[in-house]
Design a protein around this ligand. Structure first.
Ligand code: SME
Length: 155
């Protein structure tokens, strides 16, 4: 089984993630696992899952080289907030060119935020930073939307 960055396929990862999401484990254990596993994809530098808590997004789980200061983000702010407001994935190919961007890490160059919907209502989101410009392809989007859809069944 692949366990290092650069040695993982989206298909293998999708199968593993489906299993863990359906495992019946505690939600925090599942979101921790999902963040750790997603970060095996080489261009996923930092992976977090935020939950919607009233008018804020609260960081539940993360995996990456360092912690973010943005552990609570108003729903009206940032790329994170935009994805909730739009109820749709937001891909930012170059964070330096998007005025909505809230900086967490100096080396971040692009970002994708995928809302997790339950019965059409956003309950959480997956936030991924990459230190590569324009890192996120339609394949990433499709893959992450499928993971988000699975997570929506348990969050
Ligand atoms: N960049 C995000 C803030 C969260 S950090 O990336 C972890 C944003 O613009 O909402």
């Amino acid at each position: 089984m692949a366990s290092e960055k650069g040695k993982v396929s989206y298909d293998d990862l999708a199968v593993r993630l489906d299993k863990i999401i359906r495992s019946g484990s505690q939600r925090k254990a599942i979101t921790d696992f999902v963040c750790r596993d997603l970060r095996k994809i080489p261009h996923y530098t930092w992976v977090g899952i935020y939950a919607v808590d009233g008018s804020d997004l609260v960081l539940q789980s993360w995996s990456g080289p360092s912690a973010t200061q943005h552990t609570r983000i108003p729903v009206g702010a940032g790329i994170c907030g935009a994805a909730i407001a739009e109820r749709s994935t937001v891909v930012v190919p170059d964070v330096d060119r998007d005025p909505r961007y809230l900086q967490c890490f100096l080396n971040t160059r692009s970002e994708i935020v995928v809302p997790i919907l339950r019965d059409g209502t956003p309950v959480a989101e997956i936030d991924i930073d990459s230190d590569r410009v324009d890192a996120f392809t339609p394949t990433d989007r499709e893959f992450l939307e499928s993971v988000a859809s699975e997570l929506g069944t348990i969050l």
